[in-house]
Design a protein around this ligand. Structure first.
Ligand code: ATP
Length: 193
């Protein structure tokens, strides 16, 4: 039996949207992942100025969205730890929990050139293979040393969480861009309005 192939999908997921689900599907298929863990950050190191929606809301939306998928899991550890979430801390925990597994980390193409800014980059680069699905029109730039990864064909999609939040603010529909219960919750509770 080959090495177990474990994917980690970090991010803010404020809210989870169709783009995330399509990235996950591409990674499962193209990188032949055995399991994929969605790891919502308490706070992103790159968005420290922004206070995200509560961890409880973001976790509930993720759980509902992923409930039909037996190989997807939601990892609550970064939200439970609180503070600013650094990928390296989570990756070290997975190395202990899944010794010998090949770890993959899913990111958007906008993050590739910023990888050298990630904390403990050398250790991350030695531990992970990055997987990227470019949004439509995004260029495939090469991975900065010492990081390595692959671009997936996937299902390029323009949706981002900021697009969802902006559309709500402008009174535009987010139906079909997020799962229906996420849309209902956002509209009923006037989140982002
Ligand atoms: P925001 O607009 O608030 O920055 P986001 O949707 O881009 O939100 P996160 O919720 O943090 O970002 O998403 C987690 C990861 O998924 C990030 O690495 C992000 O780049 C990636 N991602 C999100 N949407 C897409 C998409 N449509 N195509 C490819 N990657 C995506």
């Amino acid at each position: 039996m080959g090495k177990q192939r474990i994917g980690l999908f970090g991010g803010t997921f404020d809210p989870v949207h169709l783009g995330h689900v399509l990235v996950a599907q591409a990674a499962m298929e193209e990188a032949r992942l055995d399991r994929l863990f969605f790891v919502p950050a308490a706070r992103s190191p790159f968005k420290e100025a922004l206070t995200p929606s509560s961890g409880a809301d973001r976790l509930r939306w993720l759980r509902l969205t992923l409930s039909g998928h037996s190989r997807y899991e939601v990892d609550t550890s970064e939200i439970e730890r609180g503070g600013v979430s650094f990928a390296i801390e989570t990756v070290k925990a997975y190395q202990i929990f899944f010794p010998g597994a090949q770890l993959y980390y899913l990111i958007g193409a906008d993050h590739v050139e910023k990888l050298p800014l990630w904390r403990e980059g050398q250790q991350l680069a030695e531990s992970l293979h990055f997987l990227v699905v470019p949004r439509p029109g995004e260029r495939e730039i090469s991975f900065p040393e010492p990081f390595q990864g692959s671009y997936l064909a996937g299902f390029p999609c323009q949706i981002s969480a900021s697009l969802i939040r902006n559309r709500v603010r402008q009174g535009l529909s987010i139906k079909d861009l997020v799962p229906s219960f996420v849309e209902e919750d956002i509209v009923n509770r006037q989140i982002y309005s």
